[in-house]
Structures are given as structure tokens and as C-alpha cells.
Ligand binder design. Structure first.
Ligand SMILES: [Cu+2]
Length: 146
């Protein structure tokens, strides 16, 4: 076997053993990396707030990352998703269309919700709607709609 090929084989073994010794961490999203310390948050709505439908929601993203429309595979970017009355999405999969995608890169949206309590969470997704690794998600807030 030529020496260069031996090297490649050695690296493949090394690479595989890394996977054996470092199994997946607890939370770990798609393949697009997020920038450390990035946060998404509700700008104008607080947990426990009472709102009159329809209402405007403004979504914030800290400056570590930027907003890009869906399908634009630009480094350190993503688009907002609003998860309403639903548990957090699977971070390894494309966020379903039953959730609200702000796929044009919007940072605010007007929502009409039925009277009563609703939970909301922001999840940043990459160009293909998959959460980043590690995922950038907000706290789940509850609002009371009149
Ligand atoms: Cu999306």
C-alpha cells in the first residue's frame, strides 16, 4: 500500500474513533453551526401579557448572527420561526410547515389568535429550515388573548 494511502486510512480510523468516543451531546441541531451566545427573543411581548387579537409580534436576534431569507445559504444567518401552542420542534429536522416561517427574513408579524391562553416560542432555522447546532431558541412564553 502506498504511504499516502496509509495516511488516509489512518485518518479515517482516527475520524471514526472520534465519533465513538464523543457521542452526540444532549442538544444538537442540524449541520449549520450557530455563533456562540446568539439569542432570539420577543421584543415587544412579555411572558404572561394580555393582548388583543390581532397583534404585532416583533422578533429579536442578537448581533452575533444575521437574518437571511430561506434558501440563502449565507454564513451565520437564519430566519425566524414562530412555534405556537406546540412543543419545541425536533432540532435535527426541517421545521414543519404547520409552524409560522418568516421565510422572507421578516422580523415582525401580525397574528390573529383565538381568545384564551397561547404559548409561543421563537426558533431560528437555517436556509433549509433546520435549527442550527447548537439550536438558537427563545424561552416559551404564554400570552392571554382577549
Ligand atoms: Cu423556515
Amino acid at each position: 500500500m502506498p504511504k499516502s494511502l496509509m495516511h488516509i486510512v489512518k485518518y479515517i480510523f482516527l475520524f471514526q474513533s472520534l465519533f465513538l468516543y464523543f457521542p452526540a451531546a444532549t442538544v444538537y441541531g442540524g449541520e449549520t453551526p450557530s455563533v456562540p451566545d446568539t439569542r432570539v427573543y420577543f421584543i415587544n411581548i412579555k411572558d404572561g401579557q394580555t393582548l388583543k387579537s390581532p397583534f404585532l409580534i416583533q422578533l429579536g436576534l442578537t448581533s452575533e448572527m444575521g437574518i437571511a431569507p430561506a434558501l440563502a445559504d449565507w454564513p451565520d444567518t437564519g430566519h425566524h420561526h414562530l412555534i405556537i401552542d406546540s412543543p419545541p420542534p425536533n432540532v435535527n429536522k426541517s421545521i414543519s410547515n404547520k409552524h409560522v416561517h418568516l421565510h422572507k427574513g421578516q422580523t415582525e408579524i401580525t397574528l390573529k389568535l383565538t381568545t384564551g391562553k397561547h404559548t409561543m416560542q421563537i426558533v431560528l432555522g437555517d436556509y433549509s429550515h433546520i435549527p442550527h447546532d447548537p439550536p438558537v431558541v427563545s424561552k416559551i412564553i404564554t400570552v392571554n388573548v382577549e
